[in-house]
Design a protein around this ligand. Structure first.
Ligand SMILES: Cc1cc2nc3c(=O)[nH]c(=O)nc-3n(C[C@H](O)[C@H](O)[C@H](O)COP(=O)(O)OP(=O)(O)OC[C@H]3O[C@@H](n4cnc5c(N)ncnc54)[C@H](O)[C@@H]3O)c2cc1C
Length: 399
């Protein structure tokens, strides 16, 4: 009997992890990964904070909670096996006042329920033992939260997939997913086609449009949120040893401007979260009229915008003014001077929204016949990628 052919759409870290995992299955299917860019992993996978999230924030029992915990275990082992950077620099989630302290107690309860190892509640003096330049009323310390370089991790996964027999085709922009009989015809913008028995959509910022091509519904739709970064000048990088985060706002899926050590020793400030006017809108100048039309026509988006006017204004102010942005970071590390801060890059999050305007909190998967769609895989999907790949392959019955 011939082997089933699986086409994975998208060469970011999630698609690469799925392709790699498929080549480890017994019996091994035929695997093709298609990526529309000339190289894989140009988008979210190479434009993020590089934090291996320990599973602190997520609702116990959710896919984010279970797959991030499993993902951390797997990723730590994988990085060590493949000689990839993995540094347990530790994270402080810092409460600045009494109200935040009460919210941080809820975060602590979630983290403990999720089995995050080594957690400690620290008071102001103990906080400074961990991060000598940070201030706060109290903090939650997660010593095992780590940093890595997800673009290197994704490249290693894709190398493994190739060595395991997968074919990787770049410059293949999927424009058609026609279900015919038992299989799927995968059509590219330039007219090439592939026949697949199964398709896995790991298209990040285009996950919703790809799912619709396969006959899935339009919801949840992707709303692109740009995250803008600054970085500390090398002379100020000593002000941060590891990761310093605010207490997250429970109404919002983003974590707030934080300070992040990178594996190259540099320190990032950010990202904020502003609506992007293009799916890959890395600067304020990137505007895609189709995205604007889709958002304007979406009742869900209007509800989302109405419910988050204050947060939206707060984020836009931080985006327009570097001083405001830096002042927010200085609340946690007061020694940072305006002159210590330089502009850095940005990333755009693929955040799904339900028709009622609520942002989808958990990872979301759907299936139409032989097509498996990863419809919401924002942070911590890079952390969880190896565990997400196991889930996908098992759901396809190809494990
Ligand atoms: C600012 C920011 C900070 C983040 N910080 C962290 C963090 O610290 N830790 C963490 O775990 N996660 C973090 N994340 C989230 C993480 O980066 C993503 O969850 C993860 O990279 C998603 O991977 P992906 O493969 O699904 O998407 P992507 O990396 O976006 O890959 C999708 C791929 O699909 C391709 N594609 C799209 N359409 C088509 C088509 N029609 N045909 C063929 N190919 C197509 C794209 O070109 C792209 O290469 C962050 C994200 C952002 C944006």
């Amino acid at each position: 009997m011939s082997r089933p052919h699986v086409v994975v759409v998208g060469g970011g870290i999630v698609g690469s992890a799925v392709a790699r995992r498929l080549t480890l299955s017994e019996p091994r299917p035929e695997v093709t990964l298609v990526e529309r860019e000339p190289e894989p992993a140009r988008h979210q996978t190479s434009r993020n904070s590089g934090v291996v999230h320990a599973g602190i924030y997520y609702a116990p029992g959710s896919a984010k909670a279970t797959l991030s915990r499993e993902g951390v275990r797997r990723l730590k082992h994988y990085c060590s096996e493949r000689g990839l950077p993995y540094q347990e620099v530790g994270k402080l989630v810092v409460a600045l006042d009494e109200t935040e302290e009460a919210r941080l107690r809820d975060v602590e309860a979630r983290a403990r329920a999720n089995g995050v190892p080594g957690l400690r509640w620290v008071d102001a003096p103990a906080l400074r033992d961990v991060e000598p330049h940070a201030v706060g009323r109290a903090a939650l310390h997660s010593p095992t939260t780590a940093i890595t370089d997800f673009s290197l991790v994704a490249a290693a996964m894709l190398d493994d997939a190739r060595s395991g027999g997968a074919e990787v085709v770049t410059g293949f922009e999927v424009r058609a997913l026609d279900r015919r009989g038992e299989g799927v015809h995968v059509g590219a913008a330039d007219g090439r086609t592939l026949r697949a028995d199964h398709v896995v959509i790991a298209g990040g910022l285009y996950a919703d449009r790809l799912a619709v091509l396969a006959g899935d519904g339009p919801d949840p739709a992707i709303v692109p949120f740009r995250g803008e970064y600054h970085r500390l000048a090398p002379s100020a990088a000593h002000l941060v040893r590891g990761l310093v985060y605010p207490v997250p706002d429970p109404r919002y899926p983003f974590l707030g401007v934080h300070l992040t050590k990178r594996v190259d020793g540099s320190v990032l400030l950010g990202p904020n979260a502003v609506l992007a006017t293009a799916r890959e809108g890395y600067t304020k100048r990137d505007v895609d009229l189709q995205v604007l039309r889709e958002l304007a026509a979406s009742g869900g988006f209007r509800r989302l915008a109405r419910a988050n006017v204050r947060t939206g204004v707060h984020e836009v102010r931080g985006s327009l003014s570097r001083r405001t942005f830096v002042a927010r970071a200085r609340r946690y590390v007061p020694a940072i001077a305006d002159s210590d801060v330089l502009p850095a890059g940005s990333g755009v999050r693929a955040q799904a929204m339900d028709p009622d305007g609520s942002l989808v909190e958990d990872f979301r998967f759907s299936r139409v016949g032989p097509v498996f769609c990863i419809r919401n895989a924002p942070s911590p999907a890079a952390t969880a990628s190896l565990a997400i790949a196991d889930r996908v392959v098992s759901e396809l019955g190809l494990g």
